[in-house]
Design a protein around this ligand. Structure first.
Ligand SMILES: Nc1ncnc2c1ncn2[C@@H]1O[C@H](COP(=O)(O)OP(=O)(O)OP(=O)(O)O)[C@@H](O)[C@H]1O
Length: 285
């Protein structure tokens, strides 16, 4: 009974001094918790979170009924637990921080750099599309990663650095079967072919990926989970063109669709241009 009385006293004392800043505080915390919950739902941390919530519940039950040994045990467990969680979930924490760093607020500071290459991408996209079309026609397996804000230095270091001007012939040569660079992925940065034969990471939840997708498609999903890159995959078996972005693979791209997709992602349109584009689209209908 005393516990309940204390609880209401505490609530009353908090409400007495409640200001607009407290409301802002609550709104911000709610937003952070909501975002954290959404991120946790997409990772293996979901099960763990349920476990922690159960432990917290057990801890409060022990506190209410004054079970001293249980209380002692849980208090110590929580102290070591925080450190253990950081070690166990280091990859997830890293991904979350990377994701935070890629939010639109910070892109205010980086958009200038990406816009600088928009023109170059505009010239290179037709080359990529034509190369992909040829590779698809000849059922030559290919994996092309387009780097955006997240730097892919780790993956580039596993391959052979080229820093070459993109051309249809270059892509054809790189992916030509049994040549030294055909195994692995090409990574493009700032509209140039930076490296070839690069090794990409595996996806986090491999067991959830359709069994008919082989290691090339899985690698494309893997890199798209840990970065904001766009990865084009050409299937060696069927010639099907797929694109991986944000951990998702979309299949069956035609050349037109690929060109539109890449242009939308890599060549930011000015407000004026995009309005004109929408207007023209509307007129065509
Ligand atoms: N982790 C990886 N990083 C980079 N390239 C990879 C990776 N895993 C596989 N590859 C590339 O994919 C090739 C193997 O493709 P595999 O046949 O297993 O995949 P797939 O998805 O079934 O593609 P396909 O439909 O083209 O056969 C390898 O020879 C290599 O070039």
């Amino acid at each position: 009974m005393q516990v309940i009385q204390n609880f209401f006293d505490a609530v009353y004392s908090v409400m007495k001094g409640f200001t607009l800043f407290d409301l802002l505080d609550i709104a911000l915390i709610s937003y952070i918790v909501y975002k954290a919950f959404r991120i946790v739902r997409e990772t293996r941390a979901e099960q763990l979170l349920k476990g922690i919530l159960l432990l917290c519940l057990a801890f409060f039950v022990a506190k209410i009924f004054q079970l001293k040994t249980m209380e002692f045990l849980f208090t110590n467990l929580f102290q070591i637990g925080i450190l253990a969680l950081i070690i166990l979930f280091q990859p997830e924490l890293r991904r979350v921080l990377e994701r935070v760093g890629r939010t639109k607020v910070t892109s205010v500071f980086t958009s200038e750099a990406s816009d600088k290459h928009a023109g170059e991408w505009g010239r290179v996209i037709p080359i990529i599309v034509e190369s992909v079309q040829r590779l698809s026609k000849s059922t030559t397996g290919a994996l092309i990663v387009i780097e955006r804000q997240t730097k892919l230095g780790e993956q580039i270091a596993t391959g052979v650095e080229l820093n070459a001007k993109p051309s249809v012939e270059l892509f054809g040569n790189i992916f030509f079967v049994n040549t030294p660079l055909h195994d692995g992925a090409v990574i493009m940065r700032n509209a140039r072919v930076l490296a070839a034969a690069c090794f990409l990471p595996k996806p986090q939840k491999e067991e959830l990926i359709a069994t008919h997708l082989g290691s090339r498609h899985r690698a494309a999903i893997g890199i798209s989970e840990v970065s904001d890159s766009i990865t084009i995959v050409v299937s060696e078996e069927t010639g099907t063109v797929s694109v991986a972005e944000n951990g998702e693979l979309q299949r069956g791209f035609t050349s037109e669709r690929l060109a539109t997709y890449l242009t939308e992602k890599l060549v930011p349109q000015t407000d004026k241009e995009s309005k004109k584009h929408t207007f023209l689209k509307g007129k065509k209908k």
